[in-house]
Design a protein around this ligand. Structure first.
Ligand SMILES: Cc1cc2nc3c(=O)[nH]c(=O)nc-3n(C[C@H](O)[C@H](O)[C@H](O)COP(=O)(O)O)c2cc1C
Length: 211
C-alpha cells in the first residue's frame, strides 16, 4: 500500500498526497536525508543564491520543542520520521563566494563572468528592502520545498506541507536569528501509514489563459 522507491516521474507527481499519519517506527538515516536534501536543493533560485536553510527536527527533544508551535498538526509531529522546517536566509548573498568561486574552480564559468555577476548584483543586495528580499526567499523556498516533497517520494517517503504553525516563534525556539531566517513552511516526512485523500484540481481552462 505504501509508497515504494521509484523514478517514475508521473507516478511521483500524480501519486503525491499530503500524508498526515506515518509509521513512527520508520526513521530516515542521516545519509538518506542528506541525499533527499541534496536532490531538493537542485531547485532554481534567484541569482542562484540558494537562500533555503533546513532544520531537520527528528529527535524527541526537537519534536517536543516543535509540538506547541504546530498545534493543529500534532499527528504529523508525533508520527513523522522528521519535521523539516524550511527557512529563507535574508543574508544569502554572504554565500556568493562559496557558490560562484566553486563555479569558477570547477570550470563552469570564467573568473571574469563571476566578477561581472558580483559587480551587477552587489549593489542590488545592499539596497534591496527587507520586504523585497522576503518575497525572493519565499519564492525560492517554495520551489525547494516542492522539490523536497517530490524527492521524498522518489525515496519511498511521503510528506505534508504545513503552514499552520507559529511562524513568529519557530526561529527563536530553535536558536536561529529571527531577523535573518524567514520561515517558509514545515514539511513532515516519513513512511506513510495511510493513503491520504484524493484532492480535486481545477481544470486547466479555469487556471490558464492564452493570449
Ligand atoms: C503552504 C501550504 C500550507 C499547508 N498547511 C497545512 C497545514 O497546516 N496542515 C495540513 O494538514 N495541511 C496543510 N497543507 C496541505 C494542503 O491542505 C494540501 O496540500 C491540499 O489540500 C492538497 O492536497 P494534497 O497535498 O494531498 O494534494 C498545506 C499546503 C500548503 C501548500
Amino acid at each position: 500500500m505504501t509508497n515504494q522507491k521509484t523514478n517514475d516521474f508521473k507516478e511521483i507527481v500524480r501519486g503525491r498526497r499530503s500524508i498526515k499519519n506515518y509509521d513512527p517506527s520508520v526513521k530516515i538515516s542521516r545519509e538518506e536525508m542528506e541525499e533527499i536534501l541534496e536532490l531538493a536543493a537542485t531547485a532554481p533560485s534567484s541569482v542562484n543564491m540558494q537562500p533555503w536553510r533546513f532544520l531537520v527536527i527528528e529527535s524527541p527533544e526537537g519534536k517536543a520543542a516543535l509540538a506547541p508551535l504546530a498545534r493543529f498538526n500534532q499527528n504529523q509531529v508525533e508520527t513523522s520520521a522528521a519535521m523539516i522546517a524550511v527557512f529563507g536566509d535574508l543574508q544569502n548573498f554572504d554565500k556568493f563566494e562559496d557558490i560562484y568561486g566553486k563555479a569558477v574552480e570547477e570550470g563552469h564559468m570564467p573568473q571574469e563572468v563571476k566578477e561581472n555577476i558580483h559587480k551587477s548584483f552587489s549593489g542590488y543586495f545592499e539596497t534591496i528592502s527587507r520586504e523585497d528580499m522576503e518575497d525572493v526567499v519565499l519564492v525560492d523556498g517554495g520551489l525547494v520545498s516542492m522539490q523536497l516533497m517530490l524527492a521524498a517520494r522518489a525515496y519511498g517517503y511521503d510528506t505534508n506541507p504545513i503552514g499552520g504553525y507559529e511562524k513568529d516563534q519557530i526561529a527563536e525556539v530553535f536558536g536561529l536569528d529571527k531577523d535573518r531566517f524567514v520561515p517558509v513552511m514545515l514539511i513532515s516526512i516519513g513512511k506513510a501509514a495511510d493513503t491520504g485523500h484524493t484532492s480535486v484540481r481545477l481544470p486547466v481552462d479555469q487556471i490558464a489563459q492564452w493570449k
